[in-house]
Ligand binder design. Structure first.
Ligand code: SF4
Ligand code: SF4
Length: 348
């Protein structure tokens, strides 16, 4: 049996070299070698193959996206624009170049290869003119410092299946599986169904992390191949939901009601964001609605944090979230108590 290597962890491909083998002076086995870096380039904007999806990231050894150890695939494209979004690189479905200026060593290789002269060096240093970039990825390929990363490689279900099955032993040992997240994976329902179907035939647990802000037909397509739904519930009031996310919550509430007939277990995920949805009356209104849904097996409260701020700069998006502290342990417990008072099982 292949032995699991504790060194294959984290979400960054360039970190997947066994830390423990080298520290212990042991040899790295053939099952423990760094993974191949997949470099399929994205097609030009507007010419994406119908059978492929834009992948932002594949995170291995995830422990917060369903039961056990999981591999989570983050897809690009989202119908909502939450002001606290932790994955701003997943909002647009188009390939995007992430530029982390602090890592740039001014080697100027990007300037040499860019066909659109999007990189320019002046007395002020490295200027990246995002408006000229078409996301071809050529500069990211040659950047030696990790300052440039192309987010949004195009991948088909079969290609992803092979990559995801590299972690099959970990799924089996831990009771884990694969989670599709984003962004909004249900923007690509046919892809989700195709991938989940082959994973299901291999006995792999499948979870879908969704905003539920999608047409019901998308759920109908993927539900027969889904073991667990992770559904965000951001605010109980439709008007406030629109202010915070760009859309009211009528479609989300309607989808949650219709999902009760499908019988697929649902974990509700509430991002607890100070000043946005953490008032007692807001939590009680959310609890009142969720307590009426029999397929909701638990509610997970996720504490807001500001770790994503640097990603806004890297992807060139304005960060409109006000400075607020993360909820502390007492605040999380108090919020959980309000939900439990309505009979909901709550995880922190
Ligand atoms: S991704 Fe392509 S177009 Fe964009 S800056 Fe890099 S080389 Fe230029
Ligand atoms: S290739 Fe990378 S390190 Fe070199 S100048 Fe461009 S961004 Fe900076």
């Amino acid at each position: 049996m292949r032995r699991p290597c504790a060194g294959r962890s984290g979400s960054r491909r360039n970190m997947r070299i066994c830390r423990f083998a080298s520290a212990a002076g042991t040899r790295v086995s053939s099952t423990c070698r760094p993974r191949r870096r997949r470099r399929s380039s994205p097609p030009p904007a507007g010419r994406r193959d119908m059978n492929t999806v834009p992948v932002a990231e594949i995170k291995h050894m995830a422990v917060h996206d369903g039961p056990g150890m999981r591999t989570t695939v983050f897809l690009k494209g989202c119908p909502l624009h939450c002001i606290w979004c932790h994955n701003p690189e997943c909002i647009s479905a188009a390939p995007e170049l992430l530029f982390r200026a602090a890592r740039c060593t001014a080697c100027r290789r990007c300037e040499a290869v860019c066909p659109h002269r999007a990189h320019r060096f002046t007395l002020n240093g490295h200027e990246f003119r995002r408006g000229l970039c078409d996301g071809c990825g050529a500069c990211a390929e040659v950047c030696p410092a990790g300052a440039l990363t192309l987010c949004g490689r195009s991948a088909a279900a079969g290609e992803l299946y092979d990559e995801l099955m590299e972690d099959a032993d970990f799924y089996r040992i831990s009771g884990g599986g694969v989670t599709l997240s984003g962004g909004e994976p249900l923007l690509y329902p046919a892809f989700c169904r195709e991938l989940f179907a082959v994973l299901g035939r291999a006995g792999i647990h499948r979870a879908l992390d969704t905003s539920a802000a999608v047409p019901w037909e998308a759920f109908e397509t993927v539900l027969p191949e889904t073991d667990l739904l992770l559904v965000d519930f951001k605010h109980p009031d439709s008007g406030r939901h629109r202010e915070l996310t760009g859309q009211d919550n009528r479609l989300i509430r309607e989808n949650l009601r219709r999902l009760q007939a499908a019988g697929v277990p649902i974990e509700i995920r509430i991002p607890l964001v100070p000043g946005c949805n953490d008032a007692p009356e807001e939590l009680e209104a959310a609890a009142g609605f969720l307590a009426e849904l029999p397929c909701v097996v638990r509610v997970k409260l996720l504490a807001y944090h500001s770790f994503a701020r640097s990603k806004y700069e890297a992807v060139g998006r304005p960060d409109t979230m006000p400075e607020v502290p993360s909820p502390d342990g007492d605040e999380m417990e108090a919020a959980a108590a309000r939900l439990r008072a309505r009979g909901l099982a709550v995880l922190l």
